[in-house]
Design a protein around this ligand. Sequence first.
Ligand code: ZN
Length: 420
Amino acid sequence: MTMRGVLTDLSVPRYLATAAAQRLPGGLGKGAGWGSSGMISLRDDLPVPELPEAPGWVRLRPELSGICGSDTAVAHAKTALVLSAFYAARRQIFGHEIVAVVDRAGPGVTAVSPGDRVTIDPVLSCAHRGFAPCRSCREGFPYVCERFDQPGVTRCHSSTLGFDATLGGGWSQYVVAHQTQLHPVGAIPSHRAVLAEPASIALHAALHWKRRGDRAVVVGPGTIGLLLIAALRRLHPDLDITAVGPGAFSQAHAVRVGADRALAPGPHVVEALAELHGGRVIRPRLTRIPVLEQGVDVVFDCVALPQSLDLGLHLLRPTGMLVLVGGAGKQPVDWSLVWNRQLTVQGTVNSGPEAALGGRTTMAQVVEWLADPSYVVDGLVTQTFGLDDWRTALRTASAGPRAGAVKVALRPDPGIPLVS
Ligand SMILES: [Zn+2]
């Protein structure tokens, strides 16, 4: 049995050729890996994924699947090479932000039945791979499992669904997941349910900050940044939240989902916050960004580029926390303020069980929010494309606000009805 899907061939020569083409002057750059001989192509002859030989596995038909920044980063050959240790599959089908319909329940499945609509937590940890739990899994952090590189019964060479063709993916007609990864969504509209995974990432990031103080900054109001603002607003109704990001489009969205204000990025953010909250602006003699004394308590950086990291560090009060939400890579950053003001830099990835939620998973909480119309995330899915238009979809997602896009979604099978 075969299926349609968008396949990414990440054999090293192709990836390196794409990365090299990105750097060529004269326009060969963007989308260089998407040609017929490139890394990514639409195929009609992909094998339908088999259920692993273990209890509890389910085959699903994706209804809608989001395009993540991590997907466009691979498409533009901009991912951190060190992470290839955890995403080792040569053939990948992207799509890990999935709302899907249960197609076939394998042996031992009790949690769902064929026809159920679900969203999928894409993390694959020891429990799914048939291993005794590693230390991370045992201690309640399966989202940073210590066996992410070992396939076990899944035969899947990646830490999450959506980066290995073996179990299919959201950008194809079928995907395979374990019943413990599934969260029924009932009649939640497709354009909300498809946000469950990025909203879980955002909530997991928000929960990393044990609240100390009343002021937060969220840098980068893309999908994750906006969902993070929405989560912070939900968790802390009285928190003062400043969004920092370019353009009226993103800024309007940021205020709509719960930010008190949105500012364009740049050194002037320091002066603006000092004026708003009464902090002091201290000017170093030799660098460009002033330091905010009596600064904010936490900065969530959803961009993680040198200029955003630098700005974030200058905004924090002593002992404040910088939460790295965006995929950071090799970046030149002045770390002086980290040691000199005893800042904490906290990474965050994936989602899972949360002590702050009494052991419930982030996604269970988010699905509850998505069912509540007062969780203001309507309008974040800005464009939906069929598989035939995958190139336009990737281009639109890559352009972001310049294309009027927040979350771009693919609809892999027009035979699966959307719920509105
Ligand atoms: Zn583990």
